[in-house]
Design a protein around this ligand. Sequence first.
Ligand SMILES: C[S@@+](CC[C@H](N)C(=O)[O-])C[C@H]1O[C@@H](n2cnc3c(N)ncnc32)[C@H](O)[C@@H]1O
Length: 279
Amino acid sequence: MMENEKDGDAWIATNHPRELTENEKQRLAEDKTCVSDFKQNKLEIEAKKNWDLFYKRNSTNFFKDRHWTTREFEELMSEGEEGKQKSLLEVGCGVGNTVYPLMNASPDIFIHCCDFSPRAVQFVKEHSSFNPARINAFQCDVTCDDLTKHIAASSVDMATMFFVLSAIHPDKMLQSIENIHRVICPGGLVLFRDYGLYDHAMLRFSKGHKLSENFYVRQDGTRAYYFSTDLLSDLFIKAGFDVVINEYVHRETVNKKEGLSVPRVFVQSKFVKRTIEDS
Ligand SMILES: C[S@@+](CC[C@H](N)C(=O)[O-])C[C@H]1O[C@@H](n2cnc3c(N)ncnc32)[C@H](O)[C@@H]1O
């Protein structure tokens, strides 16, 4: 189960992960066997291909437009410095479900956006509202490609990372955040939302899908990590950020297909790039 949309206001923000039932604890404890190293290497090598195939299958129809971003992160609506256009890097932009609602909501913003999947980037560029004067869309692997080939160092005011870090191997998460750090201006922000520890989707993986602690592979070869707020703050602090907000958001949602109420858990955070004086 991938996350489509967080809607409504009935989310509860807390500092604690979800309490597991005894059944859930037992289920997690029993799922000890991890996928073989050979298969894990293959998944890493084929990560780009698997995401590209995901967009080949789903085209622009999987994720809903993310209209909640400006409600949850008011900074996205803030004015730029006088005489300077506000700029954003949207990491793992997919087909543009964050880019286009934001471009409408914030008419002065310039958006750099990138994704691993060439096909997803192509969808962004084929969108009826694509405007190269306001959007710089490019393909890249944020774990290793040099973002300064596309964006001037220390130049963007903010970066958004929505459900992208969870798709990256834990060993490469720090490197990815450091890469993003390079293009954000001192005092600039990362606005973050992703899967949280013990989200319903994490508990639904059957045996044979576990890659390592809190890291799983879906049927289509795409992977999902379920974050604790502690891991996130460690990563961002190591990469040169300070924590502004870092919390779990919980909500019971109705899974229409199964007719069940299910507990969704996300982490929502804000990190600020330390200035030289702060370090
Ligand atoms: C779960 S989707 C989320 C898409 C979008 N952020 C959203 O919320 O609708 C994860 C996205 O991250 C991208 N991605 C995965 N690994 C990446 C990497 N190493 N570099 C850049 N993008 C990556 C995938 O191609 C995919 O579009």
